[in-house]
Each structure stands twice: as structure tokens, then as C-alpha cells.
Design a binder for this molecule. Structure first.
Ligand SMILES: *[C@@H]1O[C@H](CO)[C@@H](O)[C@H](O)[C@H]1NC(C)=O
Ligand SMILES: *[C@@H]1O[C@H](CO)[C@@H](O)[C@H](O)[C@H]1NC(C)=O
Ligand SMILES: *[C@@H]1O[C@H](CO)[C@@H](O)[C@H](O)[C@H]1NC(C)=O
Ligand SMILES: *[C@@H]1O[C@H](CO)[C@@H](O)[C@H](O)[C@H]1NC(C)=O
Ligand SMILES: *[C@@H]1O[C@H](CO)[C@@H](O)[C@H](O)[C@H]1NC(C)=O
Ligand SMILES: *[C@@H]1O[C@H](CO)[C@@H](O)[C@H](O)[C@H]1NC(C)=O
Ligand SMILES: *[C@@H]1O[C@H](CO)[C@@H](O)[C@H](O)[C@H]1NC(C)=O
Ligand SMILES: *[C@@H]1O[C@H](CO)[C@@H](O)[C@H](O)[C@H]1NC(C)=O
Ligand SMILES: *[C@@H]1O[C@H](CO)[C@@H](O)[C@H](O)[C@H]1NC(C)=O
Ligand SMILES: *[C@@H]1O[C@H](CO)[C@@H](O)[C@H](O)[C@H]1NC(C)=O
Ligand SMILES: *[C@@H]1O[C@H](CO)[C@@H](O)[C@H](O)[C@H]1NC(C)=O
Ligand SMILES: *[C@@H]1O[C@H](CO)[C@@H](O)[C@H](O)[C@H]1NC(C)=O
Length: 756
């Protein structure tokens, strides 16, 4: 179909063409026609037959579906059409080494695709969902294209059968995804991502991967340690050159297949491990342009092509295999515990740390060829303090302040006979400070976890003017708690309790400060008409010790006794479903009286109220039931039958304040607003004040806590459980004043303290 359809006949022409194709050829004909049409110069392919299965370089399966298209190196221009996604049976698509432009079409869902080669073209875009559903994909090449910047997409996860992923010079940015390891790609062998713009570290998921050839070179931005290589034992070819990798070359003794190692042009430090030098299959290694230290490694140059040009690293001597000066060996063994920091590797050149010709070695001061001062302050050093400092026997001052050192101060340092000063301040050391001689100044402040004195023995008395100064930082640094988390919990609970109590106290203060105090001796309590409008004044006999009469606000009470059958009925015989909560005195059930009044029935636990106290229970209830206040939960009645002791209260729909303060998340409640909290505190204060002010029969609640404060639908609060403390069995034996009652944590400390 060389001729083009002109003008308005194009559509008709195209239709008739496709019809004719359909009548006699593969169902993939239209997609293939689209492919031919979008390729700029298909003459190179000579695709003229109506049936694409007869085309050059196109292969069809037995059922006449296109399964392979391999049109590499055909000088093709143009682009790939989106219709390619309709070639359901495609297994291989190769368009490499042409001049194709435009986006790579989405092939999402072509689950039979095995091999794709788009390399060496001019494609402009890689769709992020490209790999979705490509579950059979084994190999893909995207190398050398002009993609706009893209990141390796998560959808690559779908292609878990991948053995080769190749995208050199493909404008990939972002970090290397954390999924190239054996868990996601157990069969991955080739990962070629050279010459992109990847940054960040080699992810730890590469550990134990099956990758044999890994190219991450020339990103100029990959950084961090290369220690993960240690467990990549399948590697044969490893190119990491042209990046910002730091730290030492790890132990490579497990990589016995490694043939080609390129680590040049990075910032690697430390001693080249013998395990690398001894690799059996190594044929090529380039270590040029790093900051490698110690002796120049001695490879077997009859087998290995080595490049590590003189001067491009920090080896102590040029001659391979020659050991460094002993002082250097010790200094390097010390900085090994700090991961061979780059500052030293850049500064420490040559084979004499005491060489006076500039530049001097960073942090080293010598006297007559002996290292007398090591001053590594302010260098952000990681790692630990090496016990090998003790091998610098001439050392007089060891200064390591302002770093990030962890671990302990090694005991070996006490053997330094000429040491006068050890400064490890402002690090993150722990453990105890060893016993240095008296004339050693030890400075340890700024290490929050260090123990200034050995073990648990008390600090030795320091003679005045002693030169041993074990300075510790201000504040609670000497934390010897064996279990800090326990402590934390206690502290948290105390804070919580204090916070709740604080709100109550504030409420009380606000309340008391804003109203006039009445005389405390007053026997007659003036009713707060506004708050007790339905209360009436009557005289009742109080059950108080002196038996005197007191005038107090009471409610009209009919019969307080409620038959147990009523309570059984309304609580479905005390069924689990009706439980509102459990408290110190028993279980509370929800119920409803015949007139529709909702009630809360407290069923006392057997034993809470002894038989002996039965009379007292009755009289107590009688009093409690008469105490009515807007901010006290009203007692509506009671029931005494057999062992049953039941008290009936008004029902408070929003439950306890405790659940709104502490359980709101679990119960999916809205946290209380601060204004609501203040109102609640004031309500509680009013209720408590009323209790306290009941003259002869004044009540001390003794167990005022969030779970004893109940809320109505308007979030106004009422105090519950007042007076019940008096119902406890031993009331007759001991005076209530001598017994501490209440929930620990909600008691005033001086009250608890004075009675325990
Ligand atoms: C194109 O293919 C046809 C048959 O399909 C053949 O006759 C012709 O010679 C081929 N031309 C070229 C340039 O290959
Ligand atoms: C490739 O195509 C261009 C024109 O698009 C032509 O100039 C060039 O000669 C062709 N090269 C080959 C090798 O066919
Ligand atoms: C790719 O396209 C650019 C212009 O966008 C052009 O300069 C370059 O030669 C093309 N490369 C190839 C291989 O066709
Ligand atoms: C890489 O992508 C960026 C952003 O899309 C673009 O500006 C740049 O030209 C691309 N580089 C290459 C080499 O294609
Ligand atoms: C690595 O480079 C990134 C930025 O590319 C930076 O944020 C990170 O701190 C570097 N990490 C290390 C260990 O240098
Ligand atoms: C080693 O790397 C340097 C660049 O850092 C390069 O010039 C040299 O050719 C490489 N040597 C070998 C043997 O590849
Ligand atoms: C480094 O240079 C010295 C001379 O300064 C030479 O003896 C030695 O062989 C060189 N080493 C390497 C590995 O090129
Ligand atoms: C240590 O570093 C801090 C800030 O990085 C700097 O202010 C201080 O002068 C440094 N001290 C020394 C002794 O270099
Ligand atoms: C001390 O040095 C020796 C030999 O250089 C080394 O084997 C050892 O691991 C070092 N110890 C520490 C704690 O670095
Ligand atoms: C310790 O100092 C003394 C006096 O300066 C010196 O003679 C001695 O050699 C030093 N010890 C070591 C191990 O350097
Ligand atoms: C440690 O760092 C602080 C601030 O970072 C600086 O003020 C102080 O001088 C430093 N001390 C030493 C000994 O470098
Ligand atoms: C420190 O005291 C010891 C004895 O405890 C003594 O042998 C040593 O010479 C003294 N060192 C210095 C530097 O004064």
C-alpha cells in the first residue's frame, strides 16, 4: 500500500482496505497496518502483502496471530502507534537501532510479552504504567534514548520473571527502587542502569540478589556505603565508577565469580581488603581516583589488569604490597572503627604522620617523631572509640569532643602512661568511665547516657584541687534506671492524672474565686435557687454521729424501695448487653422504668456491703437519695433483697468523663473542646462544693476521678458515687477519717501521705 489516500477519499479508502484485510488475514492486521502507517519509511521493510503474517520480520503463531516483530537496524523513522497494545499474542518486539521518535506506547496487559528492545532510538517518553500486567516479561532494553526524565516505576513489580533490565543512558532520575532484590526478582541477572541521573544509596534489598552484571556507573550522584556488595555473591561484573560512594570497600571474599570490578572515580576510603586482592576470577580492576588508604594493594598483574594510578589515592607508599609505617597502621586501625572518615583520607598522605612539611596530618601532633596529641574535635565522626588508641603509647592528649561517637570509653585507654587529658565531651557515649589515674583530666559532659562512675560504687571523694575532673552536664544525665520505659510510663500516668486534676482544681478555683465565700459555720445552707429550683426544704433526721437535725435540701421522696422484679425486667435479668460499666462498688446496668425514665442500676458486689451494715446502708441511702443538685447524679431508689444490694440512679447518656478523656479514640468520640472541659470542671466544682457544704451531713467524696463524673447529652457534668465510700463494710470499726479511701493517683498527695 504505497499509494496514499488523498483528501476526503482517505476514510473510504482506508475502510475498504481494512475490510479486505479482515476478510482474508490475521485479526492483528489492523494493528499491523497502523504500525506500518506510523513508521516513516516502511519501504525498508517491504511490508506490502495484505496479510501481515507474510511480512518480512513478522512472525505469526499457529492461530494466525502476530507473535514476533523484530525490525532492528532498519533505518526506520516515525513512531510506534498505540494500536500495538492490541497484539494480544505478541511475545517479542524488537525495534532497536532505528531513529524512532515519540513516546513508547503503553503495552499494559500484554501478558505474553517476553522480550522488548527499544534501545538506540530517539524515543521521548516512557509511560509510568508501562509494566502493568507484563507478567511474562523476561528482558527489556531501553538504552540510549532521549526520554524526558522518568523514574523506574513501581509497576515493574509486575514483571517478576525479569532476568534483564537494561536502561543505560535513558535519562532515569530518582533513587534506585528498593525492590531489585531476590524477593521481587529472584531471577534477575543483568541490571544495567549506567549513565543516568540516579541518586541516593544502593538499597539494602540488593543483599543476596542473583544479579551477575550490575552497572550503576556514571550517575555522579549515587552515594553512601557500598557495604551491601558483600552479600551479592553472584556478581561477575560490577561497575560503580563515576559516583559519590564513600566508606571502605567491604570484605569481598564471598564474590568468587567476580571478574570485572570498576570502583574508580568515587570517594572510597580505607584499606583495600586482601579479600579483593585474592579474588580467584578477577581479571580487571580499576580503583583510580578514590581516597583509598594503607598499603598499595598487590594484585597478581599476570592475571589482573589493574589501574590505580600513583597519586590518585591516599596509599602510604607507591610500591604495591609494602606495609605502612607502624604509626600509620595504628592510626588507620583506629579510624576503621569510624568507617574511615573522608577528612582523614584526604589529609593523610605519605608514610610519615609526623612529617613537618605541610600539609600536616589532620588531628595529629607529634614530638620528636612520636604522636603526642590526637585532636579529632568537631569532625562529626561516627562510630566508636577504638581500643587501639592504647597502641599510641606516647599519647598525652586524646581530644574527641563534638562528634557523634557511640559505644563506651575502652578500658585499654587507662594503660596510656603519659596521658594527661581525655576529652570525649559532646558525643553519644554510654557505659561507665574507666578508672583513670588521678592525674588524668577526663571530660565527659554532653554524653547523656554515660555513667560517670564505675558500676554502682559511690563516687570517690575527690581531694580539693584534685586534677581529676569528671565533669558532667547539668540536668538529669546520670540516668541509672534499669528500665527507662517503666519510668516513662509512670511519668506519663502521673502527668495524665495531674492534668485531669489540674483542670478540676482550676475549675474549683475559678468557681470559688468568683463567688463570695459563705460562712463555714453556717448550719443552714441557702439553696441555690437557680440550680435547685425544684428542690424543697424539709427537715430530716441526719444519720450523723451527733444525731442532730439539720436543715438541708432534699427532694420529695416517695417510696425509695424499688422491687427487684422491676429491676430484673428492665435489665433483662442483668444481662451483659445492658452493662454500662463496672466500678469499684459493682456493675452498672441500663434500664428504663415504665414511665419512660431511663435509669442506671448499680448492682453491688456481694461483700461490698456486709449484712452488719444493712441498717447503715438503708439510712445512708435515705440520705443520699435526698441530696439533689444539678451537678450531682440523683439517686432514685434502691432495692435490698436477699444478697442483692441495688442502687438506682438517673441515667447519664454520655457516660463517664473518663471515657471522653482517655478512651475517645477507641470509642470514636470527638475529643472534648477546651471550653467544654472548663464548663465540666466548673460543674464538678459546684457539685463538690454542694456536697461539702451540707453542714452536719457534709460529704467528702474521696474518690473524685474522671470515671466518677458523668455527662449528660448537653455535656454538663454530674458527680457520681459520692457517699458510697461510707458504705464499705468496715465502717463501724474505724473512723472514716483514719482510713484512706479513693483511687490512688486522684488523692491529694498530702491526704494520701498523712494517712499511709
Ligand atoms: C518485496 O516483496 C515482494 C514480495 O512480497 C518481492 O516481490 C519484492 O522483490 C520485494 N522487494 C524488495 C525490495 O525486497
Ligand atoms: C537511512 O535513511 C536516511 C533517510 O531517512 C538516508 O539518508 C540514509 O541513507 C539511510 N541509511 C541507511 C543505512 O539506509
Ligand atoms: C534524536 O533527535 C535529535 C533531535 O531531537 C537529533 O539531534 C538526533 O540526531 C536524533 N538521534 C538519532 C539517533 O536519531
Ligand atoms: C532528561 O530529562 C530532562 C527533563 O525531562 C530534559 O530536560 C533533558 O533534556 C533530558 N536529557 C536527555 C539527555 O534527554
Ligand atoms: C546522598 O545524596 C542525597 C542527595 O542526593 C543526600 O540527601 C544524602 O544525604 C546523601 N547521603 C549520603 C550518605 O551522603
Ligand atoms: C581506570 O579508570 C580511569 C579513569 O578513572 C581510566 O582513565 C582508565 O583508563 C581506567 N583503566 C582501565 C584499565 O580501564
Ligand atoms: C608509583 O610510582 C613509583 C615511583 O614514584 C613507582 O616506583 C611505582 O611502581 C608506582 N606504582 C604504581 C602502582 O604505579
Ligand atoms: C566547632 O564547630 C562549631 C560549629 O560547627 C564552630 O562554631 C566551632 O568554632 C568549632 N570549634 C572548633 C574548635 O573548631
Ligand atoms: C586493632 O588493630 C588490629 C590490628 O591492626 C586489628 O586487627 C583490630 O581489629 C583493631 N581493633 C579495633 C578495635 O579496631
Ligand atoms: C612519656 O613521657 C616521657 C617524658 O616526656 C618520655 O620520656 C617517655 O618516652 C614517654 N613515653 C612514651 C611511651 O612515649
Ligand atoms: C562544639 O560545638 C559547639 C557548637 O556546635 C561550639 O560552640 C564549641 O566550641 C565546640 N567545641 C569544641 C571543643 O570544638
Ligand atoms: C601520673 O601519676 C602517676 C602515678 O599515679 C605517675 O607515675 C605519672 O608519672 C604521672 N604522670 C604525669 C604526666 O604526671
Amino acid at each position: 500500500m504505497k499509494k496514499r489516500c488523498p483528501g476526503i477519499f482517505m476514510l473510504l479508502c482506508h475502510l475498504s482496505f481494512t475490510l479486505s484485510v479482515h476478510s482474508q488475514s490475521s485479526p492483528d492486521a489492523s494493528a499491523m497496518q497502523a504500525l506500518r502507517a506510523s513508521l516513516g519509511n516502511p519501504i525498508n521493510l517491504n511490508w506490502s502483502d495484505p496479510d501481515p503474517c507474510n511480512w518480512n520480520l513478522v512472525h505469526c503463531s499457529n492461530n494466525h496471530r502476530v507473535d514476533k516483530i523484530i525490525i532492528n537496524s532498519k533505518n526506520l523513522t516515525g513512531s510506534l502507534p498505540p494500536e500495538l497494545k492490541n497484539l494480544y499474542e505478541l511475545t517479542i518486539l524488537g525495534v532497536s537501532t532505528n531513529q524512532l521518535t515519540g513516546p513508547i506506547p503503553s503495552l499494559a496487559g500484554l501478558s505474553l510479552l517476553q522480550q522488548l528492545d527499544f534501545s538506540h532510538n530517539n524515543f521521548s517518553y516512557m509511560p509510568p504504567d508501562f509494566f502493568t500486567g507484563l507478567t511474562s516479561l523476561q528482558g527489556i532494553k531501553l538504552d540510549y534514548n532521549q526520554f524526558s526524565s522518568w523514574e523506574i516505576p513501581e509497576s515493574l513489580n509486575d514483571a517478576s520473571n525479569l532476568d534483564s533490565f537494561s536502561a543505560t543512558s535513558a535519562n532515569i532520575s530518582g533513587t534506585i527502587p528498593d525492590f531489585f532484590g531476590p524477593d521481587t526478582f529472584p531471577g534477575l541477572i543483568h541490571l544495567h542502569l549506567a549513565m543516568n541521573k540516579l541518586q541516593g544509596p544502593i538499597p539494602s534489598s540488593f543483599a543476596k540478589s542473583s544479579i551477575q552484571t550490575l552497572w550503576l556507573n556514571d550517575q555522579h550522584k549515587l552515594n553512601g556505603s557500598i557495604s551491601v556488595l558483600q552479600s551479592m555473591t553472584s556478581l561477575t561484573q560490577l561497575w560503580l565508577h563515576g559516583n559519590l560512594f564513600t566508606g571502605p570497600i567491604p570484605d569481598l571474599s564471598g564474590l568468587d565469580s567476580l571478574e570485572d570490578l570498576s570502583l574508580r572515580d568515587n570517594q572510597l576510603t580505607g584499606i583495600v581488603p586482601l579479600s579483593l586482592v585474592n579474588l580467584p576470577k578477577l581479571g580487571k580492576v580499576n580503583l583510580t581516583n578514590n581516597f583509598l588508604q594503607g598499603p598499595t594493594p598487590k594484585f597478581d598483574i599476570s592475571k589482573v589488569v589493574v589501574d590505580m594510578k600513583n597519586g590518585s589515592n591516599s596509599f602510604c607508599l607507591d610500591d604495591p604490597g609494602l606495609a605502612c609505617d607502624n604509626r600509620i597502621t595504628v592510626l588507620l586501625s583506629i579510624v576503621e572503627s569510624m568507617d574511615y572518615p573522608e577528612v582523614f583520607a584526604k589529609s593523610w598522605k605519605g608514610n610519615d604522620p609526623c612529617n613537618n612539611t605541610p600539609p600536616p596530618w589532620l588531628g595529629i601532633k607529634c614530638d620528636k617523631g612520636k604522636v603526642t596529641v590526637v585532636n579529632y574535635q568537631n569532625l562529626s565522626l561516627p562510630g566508636t572509640i577504638s581500643s587501639n588508641f592504647s597502641k599510641l603509647q606516647s599519647l598525652e592528649q586524646l581530644l574527641l569532643p563534638n562528634n557523634s561517637l557511640t559505644g563506651t570509653i575502652p578500658n585499654e585507654l587507662t594503660t596510656l602512661s603519659n596521658l594527661t587529658k581525655l576529652d570525649v565531651s559532646n558525643n553519644n557515649l554510654n557505659g561507665s568511665v574507666p578508672n583513670f589515674r588521678q592525674n588524668v583530666t577526663v571530660i565527659t559532659y554532653g554524653n547523656p547516657h554515660i555513667q560517670t562512675f564505675n558500676g554502682s560504687s559511690p563516687p570517690p571523694e575527690k581531694p580539693p584541687g584534685s586534677s581529676t575532673e569528671t565533669r558532667t552536664p547539668p540536668g538529669p544525665s546520670d540516668d541509672r534506671s534499669n528500665n527507662p520505659s517503666d519510668r516513662k510510663q509512670i511519668v506519663v500516668s502521673i502527668i495524665a492524672a495531674v492534668a485531669v486534676f489540674g483542670v478540676l482544681i482550676v475549675g474549683l478555683c475559678v468557681y470559688f474565686c468568683t463567688r463570695k465565700r459563705k460562712h463555714s459555720d453556717t448550719m443552714i445552707i441557702k439553696p441555690h435557687q437557680a440550680e435547685n429550683s425544684n428542690a424543697i426544704k424539709v427537715k430530716v433526721a441526719g444519720p450523723s454521729a451527733n444525731g442532730g437535725e439539720s436543715e438541708m435540701q432534699v427532694a420529695e421522696s416517695g417510696s425509695m424501695v424499688i422491687p427487684i422484679q422491676v429491676l430484673r425486667n428492665t435489665t433483662d435479668n442483668f444481662s451483659e448487653e445492658k452493662i454500662l460499666g463496672r466500678g469499684g462498688f459493682g456493675t452498672v446496668y441500663k434500664g428504663e422504668l415504665q414511665d419512660g425514665t431511663k435509669i442506671a442500676v448499680k448492682r453491688m458486689e456481694v461483700g461490698v456491703v456486709s449484712d452488719k451494715g444493712l441498717a447503715e446502708f438503708k439510712s445512708e441511702i435515705a440520705v443520699l437519695s435526698m441530696v439533689r443538685h444539678r451537678h450531682l447524679v440523683a439517686l432514685l431508689g434502691y432495692c435490698l433483697e436477699g444478697n442483692e444490694r441495688l442502687v438506682v440512679y438517673e441515667y447519664m447518656p454520655q457516660g463517664t468523663l473518663g471515657r471522653h478523656l482517655f478512651n475517645w479514640k477507641e470509642e470514636q468520640l470527638k475529643p472534648l473542646e477546651w471550653s467544654t472541659r472548663l464548663i465540666i470542671a466548673l460543674d464538678v466544682a459546684k457539685g463538690v462544693e454542694y456536697l461539702h457544704s451540707l453542714a452536719h451531713q457534709s460529704f467528702i467524696h474521696r474518690d473524685l476521678k474522671p470515671y466518677n463524673i458523668l455527662l449528660g447529652d448537653d455535656f454538663r457534668a454530674k458527680v457520681a458515687d459520692f457517699g458510697l465510700v461510707r458504705l464499705a463494710p468496715d465502717i463501724g470499726q474505724r473512723s472514716i477519717e483514719t482510713r484512706v479511701a479513693g483511687t490512688f493517683g486522684y488523692l491529694a498527695p498530702e491526704y494520701a501521705g498523712s494517712h499511709i
